[in-house]
Design a protein around this ligand. Structure first.
Ligand SMILES: Cc1ncc(COP(=O)(O)O)c(C=O)c1O
Length: 386
């Protein structure tokens, strides 16, 4: 009756079961996985945002596949503030970056074609690809005083069916920006193998340490799709606004825009109130980013204070983003470790294997966690390993 692509293993993992039991038992919890900004104590200009959503123009219907011009202008302005000039014709609004991925996979891939994606990284890629009948092929990020792309593994993963390379800039959860030299190498590979680039930049606006990065939205070396959205840059995941910027050599870009236009026109998924409100929602990101950056910085500094007093755990280098990765002694699998920390210390962290780290011994901590909880939770973890 059902498509084989939907034959997922839906059994709940040990980590989820342990968390459900912990909550049911009413035990205290220091949640160091917090990543829903609407639940982490930030202040939003709620009245202004709600008024923008209730504008009379929201009662009009203008079916424009790429999104209303006024809304795309607001996105263009976002890039102009980063000193990147983008014309509105090359911007597509979508209801999430996930939707943008599916449009782009549909544009580039026939069933069974392949897309390369980093490992470790965002776990949803596997599902996004499978749902579109695309095969995801991993390439490695390696750690050596900082994360970098293993270009040999990118090269080795390319086959005749490869259509694109995904980069996450900065990556979730390693927090590593793609470096300009890496982009040069990617452009060479794309030219040699007729590949496109897809750069996921949802965490781009949250630099923490090293700020040097490649600018994919301005890339001319390959057909390039740059993705971002309000869920991370403005802390508004409930608004469901994202976009894809199409760039690269003129001829390829033009064809991509024409074809994406048909895909977007088939769904017309963006709703009017959100598009009319977009300039206000985009503007609200400044206040959100200021608050969140302060918290990210405080938590990272507190974590480094704890690290300085011990030798068993190591905080891996991070350029940007919302997460810190801890390298811890491997005494059991990461999942067993996370379950033990929950049961024994009432501390919730993500095991590295959720993000497909190639080995055990990694825990992922959300730097968005309210400061008091973060410090107490991190302290308990470090003391337990000592
Ligand atoms: C790398 C990355 N891309 C995209 C998203 C989700 O973005 P959206 O809410 O726009 O689908 C996430 C969410 O955690 C993410 O980590």
């Amino acid at each position: 009756m059902f498509a084989t692509r939907t034959g997922w293993n839906l059994s709940v993992n040990r980590f989820t079961v342990a968390l459900e039991n912990h909550r049911k038992a009413g035990k205290p919890l220091l949640d160091l996985t917090a990543s829903n900004p609407t639940e982490c104590g930030f202040e939003y200009p709620a009245e202004e945002i709600l008024a923008a959503l209730a504008r009379p123009t929201a009662m009009e219907y203008h079916p424009i596949a790429q999104g209303l011009l006024s809304a795309r202008r607001a996105v263009g302005e976002y890039y102009r503030e980063k000193s990147i000039a983008i014309t509105e014709d090359n911007i597509f609004l979508t209801t999430s970056t996930s939707e943008a991925y599916s449009f782009i996979f549909r544009l580039l891939c026939d069933p069974g074609d392949e897309i390369l994606a980093p490992r470790p990284s965002y776990p949803l890629f596997e599902f996004l690809a499978n749902i579109q009948d695309v095969k995801l092929a991993p390439y490695s990020l390696v750690y050596d005083h900082g994360w970098q792309m293993d270009m040999n593994s990118v090269r080795a993963a390319i086959t005749k069916r490869t259509r694109a390379v995904i980069v996450v800039n900065p990556n979730n959860p390693t927090g590593s920006y793609v470096q300009p030299g890496e982009l040069d190498e990617l452009n060479r590979l794309c030219a040699d193998h007729e590949l496109a680039l897809i750069s996921d930049e949802v965490f781009h606006d949250f630099p923490l340490r090293r700020t040097l990065h490649a600018d994919f939205a301005a890339n001319q070396g390959a057909l390039t799709f740059t993705l971002s959205g309000l869920s991370k840059i403005a802390g508004l995941p409930q608004m469901k606004v994202a976009w894809a910027v199409v760039g690269g050599p003129d001829k390829l870009r033009k064809t991509a825009v024409e074809r994406l236009d048909v895909i977007a026109d088939t769904y017309l998924s963006m709703n009017a109130p959100m598009q009319h409100a977009l300039p206000v929602l985009m503007e609200s990101r400044h206040g959100f980013q200021k608050q969140l950056k302060e918290r990210l910085e405080k938590n990272l500094t507190a974590l480094d204070g704890l690290m300085a007093r011990q030798r068993v755990c190591q905080r891996l280098e991070v350029d940007a983003g919302w997460y810190a990765v801890l390298r811890v002694p491997v005494t059991r699998t990461d999942e067993e470790m996370a379950v033990a920390l929950l049961k024994e210390l009432d501390v919730l962290v993500h095991p590295g294997h959720f993000f497909d780290f190639e080995q055990d011994g990694y825990l992922v901590l959300s730097l968005m966690t309210p400061e008091k909880n973060f410090l107490e939770g991190a302290k308990r973890i470090v003391e337990c390993f000592e």
